[in-house]
Design a protein around this ligand. Structure first.
Ligand SMILES: O=C(CO)COP(=O)(O)O
Length: 160
């Protein structure tokens, strides 16, 4: 975990104000038996047209990424593990709910950052899931990079 940042277990949400919860930060706690480490937790996701870019990015930043607890949507995770020595926890494939599974981790403040290389030129069948993931990142003020230039900032920033 980068110094100066709360550990993942203690991460606070962005200020939330709505008629259901009132105003304030929500601190999420985990079950006492939870074995999750305090490692920085990062999600990696790419649409098919962007997978080559993400794989190249992961290879270029493999040393840094190896220090993180990595999760990914199904096919992205499979390709990452085939192409690098990184260990990746795989969720469902995006069209089968993987984006929503990662979004639920954002809602629980378990994630420190997401690199999501979307295909900006093709419509996706699960567009509502993608929008939900982007939205929940903004609700919880979770770092989100959707192109390579910002992905580099995110990965290097988390290391600081
Ligand atoms: O569709 C995706 C993200 O919206 C990515 O899913 P896959 O990694 O399974 O291809």
């Amino acid at each position: 975990m980068a110094s100066g940042r709360a550990s993942s277990h203690e991460k606070r949400s962005a200020p939330v104000e709505n008629k259901y919860m009132g105003t304030g930060h929500i601190t999420h706690s985990y079950r006492s038996g939870d074995q999750r480490s305090d490692m920085t937790r990062v999600a990696l996701i790419a649409h098919d047209e962007k997978k080559p870019d993400l794989l190249e990015f992961a290879q270029a930043h493999e040393t840094q990424l190896a220090a993180y607890d990595l999760i990914a949507t199904g096919t992205t995770g499979k390709r990452l593990m085939e192409t690098t020595d990184l260990e990746v926890e795989r969720k469902e494939s995006g069209p089968l709910g993987g984006d929503l599974m990662i979004g639920s981790e954002v809602a629980e403040n378990k994630l420190d950052g997401i690199v999501f290389l979307r295909d900006p030129l093709r419509a996706q069948p699960h567009e509502p899931d993608i929008s939900a993931l982007l939205r929940i990142c903004d609700v919880h003020d979770t770092a989100l990079a959707t192109n390579l230039a910002s992905a580099t900032f995110l990965i290097e920033g988390l290391a600081d």
